[in-house]
Design a protein around this ligand. Structure first.
Ligand code: BES
Ligand code: ZN
Length: 444
């Protein structure tokens, strides 16, 4: 194994699951490991405490005539359940079929470490970097970065930069370099419906009082029209229409046809807002999703019960110029208006993040395209992303800079799912990409 892969394997062995308080110590140990790695490379490195998981910042010696690049990544990972569906231990990385299999392999440890190792290589080869560099790594991305905005506010001066680069997004197909110039925003909530004071025998009481599970089914069904649009009043009010050039450009992007979406997902047919392709629906149109739903008996066989309550976890993906607060207000009003009678509703707001879009043809966008072209030896494609990295718009709001999204995640990387994986090829390309990117940015 190469020293680079050894290093990635060490990083992947930390079960740095940010959402699970049982793993708080593991998240911390992972941050400490990063601090040691970055310090050993000669970067001036600091671990900053937050209300929960630490932020790690590292920098080279800055020279005022040079461009300053901030590279962001996250060292926390998603939970691993259902564990029985993994072919190997999520925290004992393995190589099979040219890919690294582990939780965090793609999202985001593999992509993030490629930048660290690219910098290490350049330092080894030339003794210095062509730019002023700031690494900013957080341990809370997968829980919505609750403490990073405050951190940016209080460290604005030392985080001043010309441009930000992140590898935490997608690559449309193997070997096709991909520059992202947009991300969807998000807003989440949970709803609990309550009926009788306790679970009831469904023969004795069913039909006489409202069933919270059935009421939930009706409430959830009210969120969409039959053809797949979102039925919340005013939901589309501030949606910026797709540009003609984007639609034309995206129609030629490989790996994202409707047929590709069926192959990747294993679904029978596509479904969503009429008039748009799957890529357009996920990259540039807002959506409403049920992330979890429950109530009543979940065990084996049947149990004739009328549950006392039911719940649903919802998330809404947003596009420019929708605002998370405005959408959540409209969603809440919709849920209140459509709540079936006989149950009471508790509405619990969740985390949110703003949508983001930038000009892929800005001077730094051009630099990113040149770096992608040279490190993959192929023409880059320009896309927007269906996923969210809420801190990207916050970077613009607080630091006043745009972000280059240099994605290395394949659509079958199984991020957030069992058997997450990252091709060794992408890891190596990521290292080259970092080296080329810093050189290209130095030219602009
Ligand atoms: N890296 C992903 C986001 C992503 C993946 C964007 C692939 C584009 C392509 C990130 O770690 C993530 O999962 N974000 C969450 C954000 C949420 C927890 C606020 C998401 O999109 O669900
Ligand atoms: Zn993620």
């Amino acid at each position: 194994m190469t020293p680079e892969l050894e290093c990635l394997f060490s990083f992947l062995r930390f079960p740095s699951i940010s959402t699970d308080s049982k793993h708080t110590g593991d998240v911390r140990a992972c941050a400490d490991w990063l601090v040691a790695k970055l310090s050993e490379m000669g970067l001036s490195t600091q671990l900053h405490e937050t209300a929960r998981h630490p932020v790690v910042v590292a920098r080279n010696e800055h020279i005022s005539s040079r461009r300053t690049v901030l590279i962001y990544g996250h060292y926390d990972v998603q939970p691993v359940d259902p564990l029985n569906l993994w072919s190997s231990d999520p925290f004992q990385p393995e190589i099979r079929d040219g890919r690294i299999w582990a939780r965090g392999a793609t999202d985001n440890k593999g992509q993030m470490l490629a930048h660290v190792l690219g910098v290490e290589k350049t330092l080894r080869e030339s003794g210095e970097l062509p730019v002023n560099l700031i690494f900013l790594f957080e341990g809370e991305e997968e829980i919505g970065s609750p403490n990073l905005a405050t951190f940016l506010q209080s460290h604005r001066e030392e985080l001043k930069c010309d441009v930000i680069a992140i590898s935490d997004t997608g690559m449309v197909a193997s070997g096709v370099p991909t520059l992202g110039y947009g991300l969807r925003g998000i807003t989440c909530c949970e709803v609990i419906l309550r009926g009788p004071k306790g679970d009831l025998h469904s023969g004795l009481f069913g039909g006489a009082v409202a069933n919270p599970a059935a009421a939930m089914a009706r409430l959830v069904a009210s969120l969409h029209t039959l053809d797949g649009s979102v039925a919340v009043s005013g939901f589309y009010d501030n949606v910026r229409p797709l540009e003609k050039w984007e639609r034309e450009m995206w129609a030629k992007v490989p790996g994202v046809s409707d047929a590709d979406f069926l192959t990747v997902t294993g679904s029978q047919s596509t479904f969503g807002e009429p008039g748009y392709s799957s890529a357009e629906r996920t990259w540039a149109r807002p959506t409403a999703e049920v992330n979890g739903i429950g109530g009543g008996y979940q065990g084996e066989g049947s149990k004739t019960v009328l549950p006392a309550e039911s719940f649903v976890k919802l998330s809404f993906r947003l596009v420019p110029d929708q605002s998370p607060e405005d959408i959540m207000k409209k969603v809440k009003a919709h849920l209140e208006a459509h709540c079936p009678c006989g149950v009471t509703m508790e509405f619990i707001p969740g985390h949110d993040g703003k949508p983001y879009v930038a000009d892929p043809h800005s001077q730094f966008g051009i630099a990113a395209q040149a770096a992608l072209r040279s490190s993959f030896n192929s023409e880059p494609v320009l896309i927007r992303e269906g996923g969210s990295i809420p801190i990207v718009q916050t970077f613009r709001d607080i630091l006043g800079v745009d972000t280059l999204l240099l994605g290395l995640a394949l659509s079958d990387a199984q991020i957030h799912a069992p058997n997450e994986n990252f091709p060794i090829e992408n890891f190596e390309a990521g290292i080259r990409l970092n080296q080329a990117l810093l050189k290209e940015i130095a030219k602009h």
